[in-house]
Ligand binder design. Structure first.
Ligand code: NDP
Length: 288
């Protein structure tokens, strides 16, 4: 193996420790940052994510509230819950865990969250602010990746950045953040012809497709930084990424593992976003 391993777990611990310190400082002004996580139904993976998010909040001294709703709740009832949280002074951040069950319109639900409390950064106005270079909340997964690159001293200025996967929650906001950092960005999707020709140009390669092991060592430029966002369970029940770690780590200069790479950073950045929302509330209550 030639690649160095980017330790997302260690970096996330450092980020969370910094959040905990800032939370204590904020508490001296009488403000406790609060995150509400809304979970509809009993999806097992979502239950684990929600539990982890709430535990991370408590550990860093934030107040967390999990709102559990039955899978058969109507969309209007869910919207009413979101409205109540929008009006709740103890809550700085609201997150509705996706996917929502059945035919619920997740875009409509997310757009009901007050943009100032949209700590996932998925609200259309936050997406627009990010696109126009005035981000309020950066979506947690790409934000965590930017933090990892920064901590590894990877400069994006003038670099070739290739992103495989163009979802609203990972690929597209990733492209915007990398563009803003001065990279030349290529955003690939399932229709991309000759994917390897694109990925082999990358100084920094981000893969977020949900297709286990689809990016192999022969698709990577020697020495490139490879960020694997994928979280997939293979037949043995083991977690694997979208990058074939065995072959990729022979070629890359640095690579994130799965688990222990991007995943822990995503939760850490959720805490950062919630803290920053509370800091803005504090500034609003106590103008300088
Ligand atoms: P989506 O399914 O929403 O999007 C997948 C994207 O990948 C689409 O743009 C799709 O293209 C593209 N794609 C699919 N197959 C290929 C292919 N063969 N070649 C090129 N592009 C392809 O996924 P998400 O962005 O929500 O998630 C991606 C992965 O990241 C999943 O494994 C998920 O579990 C993981 N994830 C991890 C997080 C973390 O914290 N570590 C957070 C969020 C997600 P098209 O647009 O053409 O359909």
């Amino acid at each position: 193996m030639t690649a160095s391993i980017i330790d997302g777990k260690a970096l996330s611990d450092a980020v969370k420790a910094d959040v905990a310190k800032r939370v204590q400082e904020l508490k001296t002004t009488g403000i406790v940052p609060g995150l509400a996580v809304v979970l509809v139904g009993e999806d097992p993976a979502s239950q684990v994510y929600v539990r982890n998010k709430a535990a991370a909040c408590e550990k860093a001294g934030l107040h967390s509230r999990v709102v559990r709703l039955d899978a058969d709740i109507s969309e209007q009832e869910l919207l009413d819950v979101v409205h109540q949280l929008n009006d709740d002074d103890e809550i700085d951040g609201i997150l509705v865990q996706l996917p929502l069950p059945r035919d619920m319109d997740s875009a409509r639900v997310i757009e009901t969250i007050a943009a100032a409390k949209d700590v996932d950064g998925f609200h259309i106005s936050n997406a627009g602010l990010l696109m126009t270079g005035r981000p309020l909340f950066r979506p947690c997964t790409p934000y965590g990746i930017m933090k990892m690159l920064e901590s590894e001293n990877v400069s994006l200025w003038g670099a070739e950045a290739v992103i495989v996967g163009a979802s609203n929650i990972v690929g597209k906001p990733m492209a915007m953040l990398m563009l803003a950092a001065g990279a030349t960005v290529t955003l690939c999707n399932s229709k991309t012809r000759d994917l390897g020709a694109q990925t082999r140009r990358a100084d920094v390669l981000v893969v977020a497709t949900g297709k286990p092991g689809m990016v192999t060592g022969d698709m990577i430029k020697p020495g490139a930084v490879v960020i694997d966002v994928g979280i997939n369970r293979n037949d043995d029940g083991k977690l694997v990424g979208d990058v074939d770690f065995a072959s990729a780590s022979q070629v890359a200069g640095a690579i994130t593992p799965v688990p222990g790479g991007v995943g822990p950073m995503t939760i850490a950045m959720l805490l950062v976003n919630t803290l920053e929302a509370a800091e803005r509330r504090a500034a609003h209550h106590h103008p300088a």
